[in-house]
Design a protein around this ligand. Structure first.
Ligand code: TRP
Length: 334
């Protein structure tokens, strides 16, 4: 069975984009039992952005609660926190020695930062740690959003360089798994949905805040009476509604748009109600799980144990390939 792996950074609740493009498709894949699955919370990646360590720790719980609310079964998958399996940072170092510096400077997330004096080395080497996440478990199928494609390509290149130099297939080459419908979820302003742009929809916020996020969707200034353009590429309400509502309701809204006499705020209310309706089970589950920190800790502990015992074995092998033999070899975890 091939290994599937994906991670989400611990910066608040996962937004609707994460849920549609990563969480739901991954859970479907796990349910179909086609892969051995590794799901983790990328808290080590999160510290490149914030000094608020407590926020990262709390957000870890929110990510775990989201996976559980959407039905992740931790009996047939391994759900763990990245920082609990410290082997990954050792591997990241080895991998960094197999990848050309120049190539890393071309990575979008680094290149787009105009003020280089403001960023840290962690942001620069982010893709290397991500490659380590993947290659440590020999993962081949990586469900991600479209913005992560470049990172997966780097992990592939590193695996290839490493294997070539060592002369054997130490690492499998990973492939991205993209959900066609939701490859690139746009937010309330029409650009990619993202925490940093504040254009996201967080289905786990309170009713009131969720409503505010939806009311914030950008529209043109057409009056209530005017006919409106129902093209989801032009109208962001329509776009989001199409992602969550059944076909007949979408058709209905389209008709109202074309006819006129239907205001944007009414359309936004319909979207709000649809989201509340569609995710009511998950929201209830989330709100009850997030309160139960000891359950969440228990789940994280058992996931870390499983992930770490695999990681320890893999690292022993990888060290051997590099001719490193630690004087004090680690005991296998029981
Ligand atoms: N960079 C990913 C994101 O921001 C998170 C991530 C870290 C990840 N390591 C990973 C995703 C490994 C897939 C595989 O969304």
């Amino acid at each position: 069975m091939k290994n599937m792996l994906t991670g989400i950074r611990s910066t608040g609740n996962p937004h609707l984009g994460n849920i549609l493009s990563v969480i739901i498709p991954s859970i479907n894949m796990i349910t179909n039992k086609k892969y051995s699955s590794f799901i983790f919370i990328a808290d080590l990646h999160s510290i490149i952005q914030t000094e608020n360590i407590q926020y990262i720790k709390n957000s870890t719980y929110n990510i775990v609660a989201t996976w559980l609310a959407f039905g992740l079964n931790t009996e047939n998958s391994i759900l763990y926190r990245q920082s609990d399996v410290t082997e990954v940072t050792e591997l990241a170092w080895y991998l960094s020695c197999f990848f050309p510096y120049k190539r890393l400077t071309l990575v979008h997330s680094f290149k787009k930062e105009e003020n280089k004096s403001k960023i840290n080395v962690g942001l620069f080497t982010y893709p290397i740690l991500m490659a380590a996440d993947i290659l440590l478990y020999n993962a081949e199928i990586i469900p991600v959003g479209k913005d992560q494609l470049q990172h997966i390509e780097i992990a592939r290149r590193i695996a290839y360089f490493f294997n070539k130099k060592i002369g054997k297939k130490v690492f499998s080459l990973p492939n991205p798994f993209l959900q066609e419908k939701s490859m690139f979820i746009t937010g309330t302003d029409g650009s990619k949905m993202s925490k940093s742009k504040n254009n996201y929809i967080d289905i786990f916020s309170s009713d009131e805040i969720l409503k505010k996020q939806i009311m914030n969707i950008k529209t043109d200034s057409k009056s209530l009476e005017e006919k409106k353009n129902p093209d989801p590429n032009k109208d962001y309400i329509m776009y989001l509604y199409k992602l969550v509502a059944p076909k007949n309701k979408v058709e209905n809204m389209k008709k109202k748009y074309v006819k006129g006499g239907y205001g944007y705020s009414e359309a936004k209310m319909a979207l709000y109600e649809e989201i509340i309706h569609k995710f009511s089970t998950e929201r209830n589950k989330f709100f009850s799980i997030i309160k139960n920190k000891s359950l969440l800790d228990k789940i994280l502990f058992s996931g870390a144990k499983k992930a770490k015992s695999i990681a320890i074995n893999r690292m022993n092998y990888i060290r051997k390939c590099l001719n490193f033999k630690p004087l004090f070899s680690l005991k296998k975890m029981s």
